[in-house]
Ligand binder design. Structure first.
Ligand code: GDP
Length: 455
């Protein structure tokens, strides 16, 4: 395979920058551009070694660097690799990259290092996907799930199920090859039991995606309330406590700002925070129609009410449009004394209520606990349970479940074993799409295109 190079650290200024190279000619190129302080023969350098020296071009020093050597197959890509640690200036990094390219390397595509790791058999497709998840993680839970997947937990689970299917196949193939020994009643029941067990395991995985989705995408949360109820104060209190990640989509209006905050390790995706910040026009901005739309879109509505005053018409309208099961009523301004109480008639349908002072940041932890309780997040056993966080995996598992059901149906309808075998083989091929041995080139390219440069 060709030799690829790219800058692997984030674009911009940093303490150090890393230029990565991988492929057959990696060391040959290094020999031309890297001048170790203590001369070494590159062939003699062992893998996992770091050497200090200079990158030079036409005998001119470009930068003082440290170069890490990795020898095939013991590297990220399973090829000969090096990482040039330079000073973290964008000009220097570009210059070093250019020198690598001039000497025979090609510019790496996004994700190409990881793609090579996959193509060279160092990781399967689900592990490569975990790498993207770890890089993009917005909460520690999401990162932990990514690490688990990278460690191969999902692969092991899929392989366990594959093995069970292979066992059934062996059973069935005996009867296809020797039709005179028809599948006996007993054997048929046994196959059915095994298939049912496989179906249950797949369903458990499929179901775990509900939690996986929350872990990955965050709980879509809306803060709703009439003007002056305390929306922006609450937003500030939340943002102040937890380091928020603000994502703003390019080319759209400020309306689409989404802010992520970590609540007990789970990201909340706060929607329409731009509307809240824009308090001058709050009345027009967050009209009842708009609130309705936001509430509908949200997994969780935080309805904030100024509890120091009687409910107003607008409060009551808001209470009518939200779904009580997906809502937490926040009685704000406890510091002023609450006159609205829990047992208030208008609030009777809502079981989730907290009392806070957004201004003094009191009661915020109670609010967080309520959120974690509502989504059962404490019950996700991070260490032992396998959680699917990837929609692609979930869709494949769904297909696999369908095929297992088809196989069971065929058995129930006394179809010939060959027909049963077709469905069972489909399940195997479905599962192969997760690990990558059965994934088409198009899918593979699409997955790696989502990576960043240099990974
Ligand atoms: P919004 O219009 O819903 O965004 O409400 P704001 O957050 O702008 O709050 C409206 C007013 O209520 C401001 O003057 C806040 O300082 C005040 N306020 C908000 N929360 C509290 C609270 O817990 N206690 C008190 N005393 N005042 C609050």
């Amino acid at each position: 395979m060709s030799t690829i190079a790219s800058i692997s650290t984030a674009p911009g200024i940093g303490g150090i920058g890393i230029i990565r190279m991988s492929g057959e000619k990696c060391f040959e190129i290094l020999r031309k551009i890297f001048y170790p302080k203590n001369p070494y023969k590159i062939e003699e350098i062992k893998g996992y070694n770091i050497k200090y020296g200079y990158i030079k071009e036409n005998e001119k020093i470009i930068d003082e660097v440290l170069v890490s050597f990795f020898k095939a197959p013991h590297s990220y890509t399973a090829e000969n690799m090096c990482e040039i640690n330079s000073h973290g200036g964008i000009v220097v990094m570009r210059e070093i990259l250019d020198i690598c390219l001039k000497n025979g390397a090609e510019l790496a595509q996004p994700g190409e290092f990881t793609k090579r790791a996959f193509l060279n058999g160092r990781m399967d497709l689900s592990q490569a996907e975990a790498v993207i998840d770890i890089i993009n993680a917005k909460s520690n839970r999401e990162a932990k799930e990514g690490i688990k997947q990278l460690e191969g937990f999902l692969t092991q689970e899929i392989n366990k199920i594959k093995q069970k299917i292979l066992d059934i196949m062996t059973n069935i193939e005996v009867s296809i090859d020797y039709p005179e020994y028809d599948v006996e009643e007993m054997q048929e029941n046994e196959i059915k039991d095994k298939l049912t067990n496989i179906k249950e395991e797949l369903e458990k995985l499929e179901k775990s995606f509900d939690n996986g989705k929350i872990i990955k995408e965050g709980i879509k949360t809306a803060i709703i309330g009439r003007p002056n109820a305390g929306k922006s104060s609450l937003l500030n209190a939340i943002l102040k406590e937890d380091r928020a990640i603000v994502t703003e989509y390019e080319g759209t209006t400020r309306d689409t700002i989404e802010e992520f905050v970590n609540i007990n390790g789970i990201p909340l995706k706060l929607i329409d925070t731009a509307g809240i910040r824009n308090t001058e026009n709050a009345v027009e901005k967050i009209g009842i129609e708009k609130s309705k739309k936001i509430a509908k879109e949200a997994d969780l509505s935080l309805v904030i009410i100024d509890g120091s005053k009687p409910l107003e018409k607008e409060d009551i309208e808001i209470l009518k449009i939200v779904n009580p099961n997906k809502t937490i009523i926040i009685l704000n301004k406890i510091d002023l004394g609450l006159i609205i109480k829990d047992e208030n008639e208008e609030l009777k349908d809502f079981k989730n209520k907290v009392e806070i002072s957004a201004l003094n940041k009191e009661g915020i932890n109670e609010l967080y606990n309520k959120i974690t309780q509502m989504f059962n997040l404490n019950q996700i056993n991070l260490d032992n349970e396998i959680i699917i966080t990837n929609e692609r995996h979930k869709n494949i598992i769904k297909k696999a479940i369908n095929n297992v059901e088809k196989a069971i149906d065929s058995l129930n309808n006394n179809m010939s074993v060959d027909i049963v075998a077709i469905s069972i083989k489909e399940v195997l091929s479905n599962l192969g799409e997760i690990t990558g041995d059965e994934a088409g080139e198009e899918i593979i390219n699409e997955i790696f295109a989502r990576f960043c440069l240099g990974k």
